[in-house]
Design a protein around this ligand. Structure first.
Ligand SMILES: [Zn+2]
Length: 234
């Protein structure tokens, strides 16, 4: 949403109001506190606007490049720069937490446009996710799983064909991000690996939910009570 503002040094500017708080990452319509127009060291007309987020109530600022009429040409950035941490379910976080940490570091790199590093990071997070899940289901094989190549681990210790297929393909794409020769150059590999990892997480969560459901045995006490009542009524 564009809005006209009056700056502290009495200029009229019109800028795009940010729709996400860079501190808490809530989608918000922030309150403008004050704006300032200035010329930077490279003689560019700039404006800085300080906002308050209605959700976290903290201040943040947005920097704009503007033209001589005060219209913003582009948003340079929102400050402070913070990175959104991906929230994983309790079930995924209860697997050893290294996966969540590596995934978030890869996501941090991606947000900074460090795509070469991000791809390798997602590939590493995939390895931890798959191996920790495999160890959880095969604790006596921990040493073998730890030492094996990711593809071997997927083949030998992942039974669910959907997880197996996604993990294999994500691993191939991840290797593309780590090696000199790219085999899947046409694909947006970072985006695709992320999509596959998210799907694997969904299947692991479903697997764990089914496992919990299987532990629950039918409780017949309720039926017994009903039949006792029936006896008494007779
Ligand atoms: Zn906020």
């Amino acid at each position: 949403m564009r809005k006209p503002l009056t700056t502290k040094n009495n200029s009229r500017i019109e800028v795009e109001i940010p729709n996400e708080c860079p501190r808490c990452h809530s989608g918000v319509l922030p309150t403008k506190l004050f704006a300032f127009k200035y010329v930077d060291g490279e003689h560019m007309e700039m404006a800085h606007v300080v906002f308050r987020c209605p959700m976290c109530e903290k201040l943040f600022s947005t920097e704009y490049l503007i033209n001589e009429y005060g219209d913003s040409l582009m948003t340079i950035g929102n400050y402070p720069i913070t990175h959104k941490v991906e929230d994983f379910s309790e079930e995924i976080e209860q697997l050893p937490p290294k996966f969540c940490q590596i995934y978030n570091e890869a996501s941090f790199a991606e947000n900074e446009n460090l795509n070469e590093i991000a791809g390798m990071g997602y590939r590493k997070s995939l390895e931890f996710l798959i191996k920790d899940f495999a160890i959880r289901n095969n604790p006596s094989k921990k040493e073998d799983i730890t030492k094996s190549w990711l593809d071997q681990c997927i083949n030998n210790y992942i039974d669910d064909n959907r997880i197996k297929n996604l993990a294999k393909k994500a691993s191939w794409l991840g290797n593309d991000e780590s090696h000199f020769l790219r085999r899947y150059g046409d694909l947006d590999t970072v985006k695709t690996i992320k999509m596959f990892i998210k799907a694997i997480i969904n299947f692991i969560e479903s697997y764990l939910a089914v496992e919990e459901a299987e532990k629950i045995q039918k409780n017949n006490n309720c039926n017994l009570r009903i039949s006792c009542k029936f006896e008494l009524a007779k």
